[in-house]
Design a protein around this ligand. Structure first.
Ligand SMILES: Cc1cc2nc3c(=O)[nH]c(=O)nc-3n(C[C@H](O)[C@H](O)[C@H](O)COP(=O)(O)OP(=O)(O)OC[C@H]3O[C@@H](n4cnc5c(N)ncnc54)[C@H](O)[C@@H]3O)c2cc1C
Length: 232
């Protein structure tokens, strides 16, 4: 079992399995000429750069990676909007009634400056910070207490879970192509993405880079040039 990469206070991303490598990308492309490479050559590396640059995305869709991710429900809602080339399975609180865990942020961010609709502004300090801390603590303690009381009263887990907040941790398995994971990371590493989901994208990025050193580098450098492979 691979070591998980810790994310936020209680979350993680863990590589479950990987199918394929940079060579898979190369050979998926070389089938066009009914050719095959047995090991990655300099020409193969240049081919990968060419494919990424010219948005020949299908060779990047052959490698598949399975990740086990523990994340708050509100982050999972965002992450699981990405569906093309991706499958998910999630722990079900219809069946599981273990004690819920909640994301406790290190700091509270304020509303963004006037006119900006999404995201956060500066970190809250002083009484604003203290108010959020105590109100949030009260809310999650109440949720946990009510959840446990309902279970104790004989309520079905599938109904008792209705009191749990969006900050409750959930766990998913995600299997996706290299191309799809690159698309997710490029969307969620962007500074416009919520800070919490950026942390998950960074963890996934750090897992993918050594698995596909040439392909991941080629895909991400094309994105950095402002030419994202948006439709892969
Ligand atoms: C900063 C940010 C803010 C967001 N805010 C919101 C929000 O307020 N509300 C909300 O609901 N979502 C929001 N989203 C989610 C967003 O709308 C997408 O659903 C999400 O980013 C997944 O995109 P994807 O390209 O990975 O999707 P996938 O569904 O996995 O699609 C992959 C690609 O396939 C193509 N594709 C998929 N379906 C179609 C189709 N029907 N027709 C044509 N092409 C298709 C597109 O090229 C797409 O990029 C936000 C995302 C970000 C990054």
């Amino acid at each position: 079992v691979n070591e998980p990469t810790q994310v936020l206070d209680k979350g993680f991303v863990r590589l479950e399995s990987v199918m394929g490598s940079d060579l898979t990308v190369v050979n998926a492309a070389r089938i066009s000429f009914n050719k095959r490479s047995e090991s990655l050559t300099e020409a193969d590396k240049r081919l990968i750069q060419y494919l990424a640059k010219h948005k020949h995305w299908t060779p990047f869709a052959h490698p598949q990676v399975t990740l086990h991710i523990k994340l708050p429900i509100f982050v999972a809602r965002q992450w699981m909007k990405s569906n093309v080339g991706v499958v998910y399975n999630e722990v079900s609180r219809r069946y599981v009634d273990s004690e819920p865990e909640f994301y406790i942020p290190m700091e509270w961010r304020g509303r963004p400056e006037k006119g900006i609709k999404q995201g956060s502004g500066d970190v809250l300090t002083g009484s604003s910070d203290l108010t959020c801390d105590s109100a949030y603590g009260f809310a999650i303690d109440a949720s946990r207490g009510v959840y446990e009381a309902m279970l104790k009263a004989g309520c079905a887990p599938e109904m008792a879970r209705m009191v749990l907040p969006l900050s409750t941790y959930t766990e998913i398995w995600m299997t996706a192509s290299l191309a799809a994971i690159h698309r997710i990371c490029s969307l969620r590493l962007d500074p416009h993405a919520q800070w919490e989901i950026q942390q998950y994208a960074k963890a996934v990025d750090s897992i993918m880079a050594p698995l596909f050193p040439v392909s991941w580098g080629a895909l991400t450098s094309i994105t950095a040039e402002g030419d994202p492979i948006a439709s892969v």
